[in-house]
Design a protein around this ligand. Structure first.
Ligand code: AHQ
Length: 243
C-alpha cells in the first residue's frame, strides 16, 4: 500500500466527500428553491425529529466507549446542546419550536407517528454504529458536520423569502447549530486526523466511515421525499405505511 497522505491531503480528501452531502439531495434543493409544500415541510420536521432525539443517544454511546477523560470532557457538551442545561432549553426543544413554526402541534412532532420506516432505519443504523464501533470511528462519522454550517445558513437565508408563512423564531435551531457545528468539527476533525493518519489503509477507512454517514443522511432525505410525496399509482396512495 502506498504511503499515507499528508495531514493536509487527508483533510482535503475528507472535505471532498462533501460532494455527496445531502445539501445536494433533490428534496433539499427543492426546499432551498421554495418548492416544498407546507405538508412536505411538516413531514420533514416530524421525520427529522427522530434524528434530533437520537443524536444525544449516539453521543452517549461514544462517551460510553471512550476511556479518555480529555475527549469525554469535550464530547459531553454535544449532549447538553440537545438536551439543554439547567433552565436553558436545548436543540430538541428548539426543534419542537420549529414544528410549531411550521404549523405542527407539539404532540404531532413528539409522538413520532409521522416518522417513516426508512428514516427510523437510517437513524438506527447511525446509533448502532456508534454503539458497536470504536469511539474514534464514531467521532469520524460525525464529520458530516464539516458541511453542515452551509446547509443551516441556506435555510436561515432562504426560508423567510421562500416560506414567509413560517414564523422566523422557528429558525433558532439552525442559528444555534451554526456555531455548535463549527465547534464540533474543530474537535472531531483533529481527533480524526490524528487517529487515522497512521497508514493509508486507516485513512481510506476514515473516508469509508464518512461515506457511511453521508449515506445515512441521503437515505433520510430519500425516505422523507417518498413519504411526503403524493405519488398516486392507479389512485391508490402507496406512499404511506399502513398503521
Ligand atoms: O442538527 C444536526 C446535528 O445536531 C448534528 C450532530 C452531528 C452528528 O453528530 O452527526 N450531525 C448533525 C447534523 C445536524 N443537522 C443536519 C441538517 O441537515 O440539519 C446535518 C447533520 C450532519 O451534517 O451530520
Amino acid at each position: 500500500m502506498s504511503a499515507p497522505w499528508t495531514r493536509k491531503e487527508f483533510e482535503d480528501k475528507l472535505r471532498e466527500k462533501g460532494k455527496g452531502y445531502h445539501i445536494y439531495h433533490p428534496f433539499h434543493v427543492m426546499m432551498y428553491e421554495g418548492k416544498l409544500s407546507k405538508e412536505q415541510l411538516q413531514s420533514w420536521v416530524m421525520n427529522r425529529f427522530y434524528y434530533q432525539i437520537s443524536i444525544p443517544l449516539k453521543d452517549a454511546a461514544i462517551l460510553s466507549n471512550c476511556p479518555v477523560k480529555e475527549i469525554r470532557k469535550e464530547w459531553i457538551v454535544r449532549i447538553l446542546d440537545h438536551d439543554g442545561e439547567g433552565d436553558a432549553e436545548g436543540g430538541i426543544e428548539a426543534w419542537i419550536n420549529l414544528g410549531r413554526a411550521v404549523g405542527l402541534k407539539r404532540e404531532e412532532v413528539t409522538s413520532l407517528e409521522g416518522v417513516s420506516p426508512g428514516v427510523r432505519f437510517a437513524v438506527d443504523a447511525y446509533i448502532n454504529f456508534a454503539k458497536q464501533r470504536t469511539w474514534q470511528e464514531s467521532v469520524c462519522s460525525s464529520l458530516t458536520e464539516l458541511f453542515a454550517p452551509h446547509i443551516h445558513q441556506q435555510r436561515i437565508s432562504s426560508w423567510p423569502e421562500m416560506y414567509p408563512w413560517i414564523d422566523e423564531s422557528g429558525l433558532s435551531y439552525f442559528k444555534k447549530r451554526l456555531t455548535e457545528a463549527r465547534r464540533d468539527v474543530e474537535h472531531g476533525l483533529g481527533v480524526t486526523l490524528d487517529y487515522f493518519s497512521t497508514s493509508k489503509e486507516m485513512q481510506e477507512k476514515a473516508l469509508d466511515i464518512l461515506q457511511f454517514k453521508i449515506n445515512v443522511l441521503w437515505v433520510i432525505a430519500d425516505s422523507i421525499m417518498l413519504a411526503s410525496s403524493n405519488i398516486k399509482v392507479d389512485d391508490r396512495d402507496y406512499m404511506r405505511q399502513p398503521k
